[in-house]
Design a protein around this ligand. Structure first.
Ligand SMILES: [Zn+2]
Length: 495
């Protein structure tokens, strides 16, 4: 009896020590981060960059559907591009410029050591429309580019004209200093990211056909966040991957008829069963792989003891963390998400439908593939009779999650060092972009595709993505312009 008690006590003690040791040793700054010395950038005026962003916002380069803009509706793109050439004379005199797939812009800055792999900086020219009925809620009108209390307001302020302007500011300022890159540098500004990304896809294909392998591709996706949901503090997120996208159509077929004599298991009921089965059987979350495992580890330095203990001992607390994150939707980082969106059934209140359909939109985690997702969906719903599962053809063919870019090597180290500097020493980690960006095409021309904008924003600011009061601070325009210049210099080997 005593032996058994002692044995149990020993086991508990062992368990507690294991948990403690793991907690105390959890998280360490990624290798190499502190060894990067960022070159100082040319001084770029915040007011100048902000006023140019303001001007760019005033061109209504709005995309509504794939195939926009057609020739007769292309005036905003043409006018904006004419203005860009005037605003950035050195860039437009020194770089080769091609228009691709209509209105996408591909700039090429020749390198003095051409065999070196090039750098690619991406942004997009188009913006989403303003939601009807929200116009009055804007502090500055969405296409006026008003600057109020240190912020530039309008569509494109965050997504993504600020990046386009800041990249051009960086190029113009570096040319003014007489900088000549050793590596070729490309700027790639898509014109239809918000609807299809066909412009960026065509530019990537063009470079691929020309045999280009880029050292690094940088696009939008993440920032340094002032009030990161992960730690509550400043945190630099470097996007190293993005989720895939697929919509499945579930069709339940049953006998129709009059609703006065309803059979059991009508089409609507079968469809509802399928939706609930998918809701209750989510795709698994796996915290053990990149980038999520590395993100949590990076955040550890800023976690309180108990949060850190949970993350350090996921073998024990994994289910708890998952449930906590799922409660706020934050588990989108951890798993393929399942979102039932459109439902159709009967066309009349007293008629039973013969067919009921649901569209389910999935965002595919890099841990999964569209195939593994389809297998999961079939398995979870196999007990439901008369259910058919197909890809929704109207929603495009879908895309797999991107590959996960490495967190070792110079490109990641430079971005992480810059994020750390912007965050005044706050932790930096690799993250997963939940939406789709033009960068999804770029894995064709580089293994090192990153999604990071060198700016500091709040969670409240990020609500401006496709939302109301999209804005960017004047200070951030300086950070971004100088940040892109620092990346160009650092990746070119300057000290
Ligand atoms: Zn965007």
């Amino acid at each position: 009896m005593i032996r058994a008690v002692l044995g149990a006590a020993g086991l508990i003690l062992l368990g507690v020590s294991l948990i403690l040791v793991r907690t105390l040793t959890y998280g360490a700054a990624p290798q190499g981060l502190n060894s990067v010395v960022l070159p100082s950038p040319p001084e770029i005026s915040a007011e100048q960059a902000a006023s140019r962003l303001s001007r760019a916002i005033q061109f209504r380069t709005i995309t509504y559907k794939a195939g926009d803009p057609v020739a007769e509706a292309a005036a905003p793109w043409i006018n904006m591009q004419t203005w860009l050439a005037e605003a950035y004379p050195r860039v437009h005199a020194n770089l080769e410029i091609e228009r691709v797939n209509g209105y996408s812009l591909l700039y090429r800055w020749a390198g003095t050591q051409e065999p070196l792999a090039p750098l690619v900086f991406m942004a997009h020219q188009d913006v989403v429309p303003v939601n009807e009925g929200t116009l009055e809620d804007w502090t500055g009108a969405p296409f006026s580019g008003e600057i109020i209390d240190g912020y530039v307001y309008g569509r494109g302020a965050l997504d993504d004209k600020a990046s386009m302007i800041a990249i051009l500011e960086a190029g113009e300022a570096l040319l003014e200093t007489g900088f000549q890159p050793q590596r070729p540098i490309y700027f790639m500004f898509g014109h239809d990211e918000e609807v299809s990304g066909a412009g960026a896809a065509a530019m990537v294909d063009l470079l691929h056909a020309r045999g280009v392998r880029a050292e690094m591709v940088l696009d939008e996706g993440f920032f340094v966040i002032e009030d990161s949901p992960l730690t509550g503090n400043v945190f630099g997120f470097i996007g190293v991957a993005e989720k895939g996208y697929i919509t499945l159509r579930l069709t339940a077929t049953a006998r129709g008829g009059h609703s006065s004599r309803p059979p059991r298991n009508s089409a609507n009921v079968q469809l509802a069963r399928a939706i609930i089965a998918l809701e209750e059987n989510q795709m698994p979350a796996d915290f053990s792989k990149a980038p999520i495992a590395d993100l949590f580890r990076a955040a550890a330095e800023d976690m309180d003891f108990f949060t850190r203990m949970a993350f350090a001992n996921r073998w024990l607390f994994g289910g708890f963390i998952d449930a906590q994150m799922a409660a706020t939707g934050a588990d989108a980082m951890l798993r393929t998400t399942t979102a039932p969106t459109m439902l159709t059934g009967s066309i009349k209140e007293n008629v039973l439908p013969q067919r009921a359909t649901a569209l389910i939109n999935f965002r595919v985690h890099p841990n999964d593939t569209i195939d593994s997702l389809m297998t999961h969906v079939r398995k979870v719903t196999e007990h439901i009779e008369g259910l058919e599962i197909t890809r929704n053809e109207d929603g495009g063919i879908g895309s797999e999650a991107s590959p996960v870019s490495p967190t070792d090597g110079q490109a990641y180290s430079v971005l992480a060092a810059l994020a750390r500097q912007l965050g005044d020493g706050a932790p930096v980690g690799p993250a997963l972009v939940l939406g789709a960006t033009d960068a999804r095409w770029a894995s064709k021309i580089s293994d090192r595709v990153y999604r990071f904008v060198p700016a500091r924003v709040t969670m409240k600011d990020t609500a401006g993505f496709h939302g109301t009061n999209e804005r960017m601070s004047v200070t951030n325009m300086k950070r971004m312009s100088e940040g892109y210049a620092q990346i160009m210099l650092a990746m070119d080997g300057a000290q």
